[in-house]
Design a binder for this molecule. Structure first.
Ligand SMILES: [Zn+2]
Length: 260
């Protein structure tokens, strides 16, 4: 397709997404961690969220009707990880499938002996390479505490951009893969030891399943509890700050001082 035709279509779709000031405010009030962002980043996040809604297709699963609030909330959180990279980082797929609460995925797995195991997997979300993102949506106050399923699944999407889902996404120019691997592998090891020892952990213990999961749960915490992450895993925080191009811990500290 000609580039100008594509752009024209995109502009037309975008023009079709109108969000009232009241809706922005209502939805953003439910996401208090957005206050950790600089005003310019808040504005950029809104623009990205509008484009995201224009470009992607939302589907409610199991007969769920999606409210404007749910769509906007998911779009805002999905765009946090791409504040630096932009919407291009999510190219190649369109579907966002939203489930009511946590949902069950029937699995069919063949083992080395050729035996097929079937079981139901209760999950909060899933990201398919080149395919849709599945997330669960909870009514106000019903979401499980300490997890952000939207940020989690979209962090996986970024991780998949270069094929393998391994906790090593495409790094921007100027970032070192070596420094990333060192910061993450040291933190991951320490985290797995803490989980094995049944210690209380800042990050969701599910992060100990795989380095890719550790990257995803660290990303949740980076946006939602940045000062805590910076204290617990300072090297990981530095890497994520460079990768995501924002410094929410600085924003959180500014906010705390202003309120003190
Ligand atoms: Zn995951």
């Amino acid at each position: 397709m000609f580039e100008f035709v594509r752009k024209w279509r995109r502009d037309r779709r975008l023009a079709g997404v109108q969000i009232s000031p009241a809706l922005w405010e209502r939805v953003e009030a439910q996401l208090p961690f957005l206050d950790f962002l600089e005003p310019a980043d808040r504005q950029r996040l809104r623009e990205l969220a509008r484009s995201f809604i224009a470009e992607k297709e939302f589907h409610g699963a199991q007969g769920m009707t999606l409210s404007d609030e749910a769509i906007l909330s998911i779009a805002l959180q999905a765009c946090l990880p791409i504040l630096r990279a932009g919407l291009d980082a999510y190219r190649g797929w369109v579907g966002v499938i939203v489930y009511p609460g946590d949902f069950v995925i029937p699995r069919h797995v063949m083992d080395e002996a050729g035996v097929v195991h079937e079981y139901d997997d209760e999950v909060l979300g899933e990201a398919w390479e080149g395919g849709p993102v599945l997330v669960s949506w909870y009514d106000e106050g019903e979401a499980p505490e300490g997890v952000n399923v939207v940020i989690h699944e979209f962090a996986h999407k970024l991780d998949m951009e270069n094929g393998d889902i391994d906790g090593m996404p495409v790094l921007p120019p100027g970032m070192s893969r070596k420094a990333w691997a060192k910061a993450f592998s040291e933190a991951y090891e320490r985290f797995c030891d803490a989980v094995d020892a049944d210690e209380e952990t800042l990050l969701d213990p599910y992060g100990s399943e795989h380095p890719a999961e550790f990257f995803a749960v660290a990303s949740e915490s980076f946006f939602e509890a940045p000062c805590d992450l910076q204290e617990e895993f300072p090297e990981v925080y530095v890497q994520l700050r460079k990768f995501y191009g924002v410094d929410p811990a600085a924003g959180q500290r500014r906010l705390d001082e202003a309120q003190a």
